[in-house]
Design a protein around this ligand. Structure first.
Ligand code: PLP
Length: 373
């Protein structure tokens, strides 16, 4: 597919925009050096201090630091009482990372559709597909765009299900001025290198439920080795905890920069078939990635065109498609037309704090001059 240029189009020189952002603070080295003088295991006070800071930052009663976002999901499922044979509802538009912990728990993933305009779970689909065996619903706000977690909170309360939020992309995303985690029974976060708060590998969960927090904490520490309670080791070590604690101090500023970059880019974007994905009323994305809704006859050709111009897409990088399209998950197939349409009709744009104004101009110019005809 070639793009046609109008005569007076200024063609920007090709460049490569990185979709990775590495926060490196001058203070990181001091932080690590000072931590080395302290106990380094997952039961170190360093980890407790990090947990207290996380709880404060997100306005949660409890934070439990864990070794990864995947570990946070496993611990959240266990702490929510999900066991072998139980069913867990989730949308198929999330990464493989979200579904494997369900399968590892011996539970059965049941796909429900998203809303038409966004990745939040569709309440109609939830009501239709839950059974007496359903224990929990996992909602996954993708790329930091808020979902209708307030509606899902009342729905799951009514139906007697636990609401687990996979907020691996959504540190700092809000609905009605509140962090999304305020609406879940338990919320799971990743602090993998690529996520808005980065510790290399790592994760944590947040909850206001004392019993759930205790169950999660015990489970992630081999049941405290008391030989009574079951558990595995999902603790976060002190060094990444120390990094997380120190980097948390600049997270709000980084999210501010992402929002500023998104505004700047959107102000320059001008194409009749491209606009930002819907932001729900009262919601504010953290702009982990800006999401563009595409209305071309061949959206994939547009994504390839951007890729050829050095503008990466998460859709292409991860081969995003409804999870039941993957061979290992084909047996869980259930009709989710909204989720398929959403994934097939979008792309992601990097607006992290490392993206320069020139790069934002470049990306908008490349899109604006694309002519699919
Ligand atoms: C990254 C990610 C995870 C897994 O987090 P890890 O820290 O890599 O284990 C889970 N869910 C979503 C939506 C993610 O993006």
């Amino acid at each position: 597919m070639s793009s046609e240029l109008s005569v007076d189009t200024v063609i920007p020189a090709r460049r490569v925009v990185s979709d990775k952002y590495r926060v490196v603070h001058a203070s990181d080295v001091d932080t690590l050096r000072n931590t080395l003088a302290r106990p380094l295991s997952g039961t170190s006070e360093v980890v407790t201090e990090y947990e207290q800071d996380l709880a404060t930052w997100f306005g949660a009663r409890h934070a439990v630091a864990l070794s990864s976002g995947g570990a946070a999901l496993s611990v959240a499922l266990y702490a929510s009482g999900v066991g072998p044979g139980d069913e867990v509802l989730l949308t198929p538009s999330c990464p493989l990372c979200t579904i494997y912990p369900i399968i590892a728990a011996g539970a059965v993933p049941i796909f429900i559709d998203t809303r038409e305009h966004g990745f939040g779970a569709d309440p109609v689909s939830v009501r239709e597909r839950r059974t007496p065996r359903t224990r929990a619903l996992i909602d996954i706000p993708m790329w930091g765009y808020p979902t209708e977690v307030d509606t899902l909170q009342s729905l799951t309360r009514e139906l007697g299900l636990k609401l687990i939020l996979d907020l691996a992309h959504s540190h700092g995303t809000t609905l009605h001025g509140q962090p999304l985690s305020r609406f879940g029974d338990v919320s799971c976060f990743s602090t993998h290198e690529r996520k808005p708060l980065a510790t290399g590998e790592g994760g944590f969960l947040l909850t206001d439920d004392d019993a759930l927090a205790q169950r999660g904490r015990d489970y992630s520490r081999f049941g405290n080795l008391n030989g009574k309670d079951f558990g595995l080791n999902y603790k976060l070590a002190a060094l990444p905890a120390a990094l997380g604690k120190s980097r948390l101090a600049s997270l709000a500023e980084q999210i501010g920069k992402r929002r500023e970059n998104a505004r700047y880019f959107l102000h320059r974007l001008d194409h009749s078939r491209v606009n930002e994905k819907t932001i729900i009323d009262g919601g504010e994305p953290n702009y982990y990635f800006l999401n563009l809704q595409l209305r071309f006859a061949d959206n994939r050709a547009f994504i390839d065109y951007l890729d050829d111009h050095g503008i990466p897409s998460d859709i292409k990088r991860y081969g995003c498609k409804a999870l039941y399209e993957f061979p290992a998950l084909a047996r869980y197939r259930a009709a989710c037309p909204n989720a398929e349409a959403l994934l097939g009709g979008m792309t992601t744009i990097p607006v992290h704090p490392g993206v320069s104004t020139d790069e934002l101009d470049y990306m908008a110019a490349c899109i604006n001059r694309y002519d699919a005809a």
